[in-house]
Write a protein that binds this ligand. Structure first.
Ligand SMILES: *Cc1c(COP(=O)(O)O)cnc(C)c1O
Length: 215
């Protein structure tokens, strides 16, 4: 499979100017593909499936920061708790509780982001604004789940105005919550990362632009 290293370097340059972190989304790609970007200095990689993540983590360098960006089932948290760098899709209190529990067991604060439902599509997971503000007051009850910011996915549409609006809502919601540090705002994928960056993203998740389309 291809790895578009020229595209990688040019995206990286755009993002660095704005202090935005690039998560290279490597789901369905081989360990060899990942190694190509690793050798260029890339350390943040995103995966969607627990089994796939575990098998890659086993054979790839230890200093990779693995992001779990998919829908995570509570009963699988334990398997990644020891090494995962950031869990992006925390979309229920139950999942947050489980992350806290597994973190406590191994005395590790596990970084995570709350997923917010910003798209019009019904299929996308996440909290709405009301649930989020309710949850914000309870975060101290989960000391081993280190909530560092928010994650969202915009509607998959050509309507730029709508996508911008959804991203800017996510940014505004993050500004309302009591984060200790400047929050991470994980938004933007291959087809909308430029808009996301303009609307205040601090972390983009890009797959197909770097590795070609998935089949
Ligand atoms: C697959 C995936 C991406 C990357 O999508 P591309 O369109 O390939 O850039 C980003 N975020 C999430 C949550 C994903 O599942």
């Amino acid at each position: 499979m291809p790895v578009y290293t020229d595209t990688y370097l040019s995206i990286l340059q755009q993002l660095r100017q704005k202090d935005v972190t690039l998560v290279a989304v490597s789901k369905t790609r081989t360990a060899e593909d990942i190694k190509v970007l690793y050798d260029l200095g890339q350390r943040d990689f995103g995966e969607n499936y627990v089994q796939e993540l575990l098998s890659k983590q086993l054979v790839l360098p230890e200093d990779i920061q693995w992001h779990f960006i998919g829908h995570l089932q509570s009963n699988k948290v334990r398997q990644i708790a020891g090494f995962v760098y950031l869990i992006h899709g925390v979309d229920s209190v139950k999942l947050l509780q489980e992350i806290n529990k597994q973190g406590q067991k191994i005395n590790r604060r596990i970084g995570c982001l709350l997923q917010v439902h910003i798209a019009q599509e019904e299929t996308k997971f996440g909290f709405d604004a009301a649930e989020l503000s309710e949850l914000a007051d309870q975060l101290s009850s989960f000391p081993f789940a280190a909530v560092k910011g928010l994650m969202g996915m915009a509607t998959n549409t050509d309507n730029e105005t709508q996508v911008r609006h959804e991203f800017s809502r996510l940014r505004q919601l993050a500004d309302l919550l009591p984060f200790e540090h400047e929050p991470i705002i994980s938004m933007g994928m291959s087809n909308d990362y430029k808009l996301a960056v303009e609307e205040g993203s601090t972390m983009v998740r890009i797959g197909s632009l770097l590795f070609g389309s998935r089949h």
